[in-house]
Write a protein of this length. Sequence first.
Length: 267
Amino acid sequence: MTPDKNLHPDHLAEVRLEIRNAVAYITFDHVAARNAMTVGMYQSLKFICEDLTKSSGVRVAILRGAGGKSFVSGSDIAQFEVFQNGDDGIRYEEDIDEYLTPLAMLPFPTIAVIDGMAVGGGLAIASCCDFRISTPDARFGVPIAKTLGNCLSASNVVWLTAHLGINIVKRMLLLAELVAAPELLKQGYLLATYTADDLEGEAHQLAERLMKLAPITQKSSKQTLARMIKNNLPDCSDLIRECYGSHDFKNGVASFLEGKPPVWTGK
């Protein structure tokens, strides 16, 4: 996950749900921090998706960041200050997988509407959706090799690779690149790009198109694909433990909170 050092508990930070005309609108609202995800927001997303799974009246979900400038820019890093060793990192990555799995497994189609950035946790959330539309200036990535020096779970890496391809994922993770929307439109990760003024209307048109089709077929198709992607995941706990237990990670967290560039030692 990509951190945001501007997080503060007094800031409004919530995930909102509104259901209208068989469409569930899920909004990430933490505008003061470019909609970066706190732990409470991740938990709310999980609970919302679990409740929606039981709802027979919803046919499509539309996910969007509040404020019109960012989808989700990353995750809260205050929690990392109390990490003692690599096992804390394993638990954290397991929690992230637990928070996002209900979104990926929703029994109806989902649309991520992206303006601004979908970075770190934002990229993971967008990738859990079935379709993504964005503004042409949107950017996507996981620049943790530049910021904290942590890593992602095997589940997260496999999911991103299935949607973006291994070469783009390597650029995001190894080079810490933020990839622009036009390239991801050509690659197929994005369904389409629209101006900021047209984005909401186009999302509704796509939702209407999806709701005209067979819901059980849609459920079967998307969940079959999800099971295929997550089948036989490798055990990478040793790598996660090494990364989160490293001096580089502790230094990365401290440097980021102080607003200084980290110095990587490889230890």
